[in-house]
Design a binder for this molecule. Structure first.
Ligand SMILES: Cc1ncc(COP(=O)(O)O)c(C=O)c1O
Length: 418
């Protein structure tokens, strides 16, 4: 059958209008206009988020779920409203959304609570070669403690998960599969719904690291089929210090608390302590209240833009970036070619120049990128490089900024006499 032509959804505002919502984008660095291409590390914040935080600190600050005074009731209502926003964004129930500090804490929560309870000696956990350390180290730690084993699902030479090899690892009967939705180095978008089907057919649970997917993809937990899904707000145009763990309600109900203290108990006596209902059971201590409210504002902001339109705009800019960057001599780009399974992350190595030197010279041009192993050392070994330089795009980036990246790379080669 002939594929039908579909028009990509477009953003409701012009790129100039969107950029004007980010005050920091007006900055200059080393006398040059800032070209912020380090969104994979953290995204900049729109006025909708900045003003929500400002209003909260000025007008509503109080602890949540504790006082019966007006401010505490307001803070609690705003905090729980943010949870509802995140839950509806994920197509989840509010009890399935636990506020945590970041994606790292979300994944650790699952490892410590579910993992320590359910894993035993010789159980198997599948992780992939493209994982960020956040989705490796907690599994390594719990595997060490329990005598379980990690299996590494390989990637192919274009940076996609090798689904045949993954299928073979599933035949070993793992209890758990841990996969990134979008690779922070390769930009690969993994087919989570298919991975979930394969994982569940093999009788395992699926943990998805959605740190990089959050700002790029529309997420519906039922459609994706993830049992656990980790998000971090600061990459999704929200504040640092807050993220969310989605967990299937039946699983969260069975799991013991992760952190003990205030707010997560129902009753404490000298003999017995019982736990609060979901999600409070997993939110011991005073949470990042203002930040969670800012997270809600960020989610509303991207939802109003429409993630399919954000993704389409980024995909278009990624194709342009891949095309332009190919003009630079001596440059190797990692990850799949432009297409539906490629997010706006472009990692590369420049022959004869260390990634840190590349990013330093780009900084002099006002172009902010990241250099290093990107917390993905197993992937660096697979790619055969110690480090890469990474340009990561967001909805406010422009072709002009990509052109400046390319000019900076040409200048880097000149500086190094290449
Ligand atoms: C794929 C991926 N997973 C997890 C993380 C960890 O996010 P956070 O530091 O906010 O916990 C990152 C951050 O770079 C990431 O890119």
């Amino acid at each position: 059958m002939e594929p039908t032509a579909t028009t990509a959804p477009s953003l409701p505002r012009s790129i100039e209008e969107i950029r004007a919502e980010f005050p920091i984008l007006a900055r200059r660095v080393h006398g040059e206009p800032l070209a912020y291409l380090d969104n994979g590390a953290t995204a900049q914040k729109p006025l909708a988020v900045i003003e929500t935080l400002d209003r909260y600190w000025r007008e509503h600050n109080a602890n949540v779920h504790r006082g019966v005074h007006t401010l505490s009731e307001e803070a609690t209502a705003l905090y729980e409203d943010a949870r509802l926003t995140v839950a509806s964004h994920l197509g989840a129930d509010r009890r399935e959304v636990v506020f945590v500090r970041n994606a790292t804490e979300a994944l650790n929560l699952v490892a410590y609570s579910w993992g320590r309870t359910n894993l035993k000696a010789r159980d198997r956990i599948v992780v992939t070669e493209m994982e960020h350390h956040s989705n490796v180290v907690p599994w390594y730690q719990v595997a060490r403690e329990k005598g379980a084993d990690l299996d590494w699902a390989p990637i192919d030479d274009e940076g996609r998960l090798d689904l045949d090899a993954f299928g073979s690892l599933l035949e070993r009967g793992p209890k758990l599969v841990c996969v990134a939705h979008v690779s922070n180095v390769l930009g690969t978008i993994n087919p989570i719904a298919e991975i979930a089907r394969m994982t569940h057919d093999a009788g395992a649970l699926l943990v998805v690291d959605g740190a990089q997917a959050g700002p790029k993809l529309e997420l519906d937990m039922a459609e994706l089929g993830a049992d656990f899904y980790a998000l971090t707000a600061h990459k999704l145009y929200g504040p640092t210090g807050v993220g969310a763990l989605f967990g299937r309600r039946d699983l969260l109900e069975e799991m013991p608390p992760f952190i003990g203290g205030g707010s997560m108990i129902r009753k404490v006596s000298k003999e017995l302590i019982t736990w609060a209902d979901l999600p409070a059971k997993f939110e011991g201590g005073t949470p990042a209240i203002g930040e969670a409210i800012g997270f809600g504002a960020a989610v509303r902001w991207v939802d109003e833009l429409g993630l399919p339109a954000v993704h389409a705009a980024e995909a278009d800019l990624t194709s342009y970036a891949l095309e332009r960057i190919a003009e630079v001599a001596g440059l190797t780009v990692f990850g799949p070619p432009a297409g539906d399974d490629r997010g706006g992350i472009v990692s590369f190595a420049l022959d004869g120049v260390h990634a840190h030197d590349v990013s330093e010279i780009l900084d002099r041009h006002g172009v902010a990128v990241r250099a290093g192993h990107h917390c993905a050392q197993v992937l660096m070994q697979r790619l055969g490089v110690p480090a890469t330089t990474r340009a990561s795009l967001a909805v406010y980036n422009t072709r002009d900024e990509v052109d400046r990246l390319v000019e900076g790379l040409i200048d880097t080669r000149r500086v190094f006499g290449l």
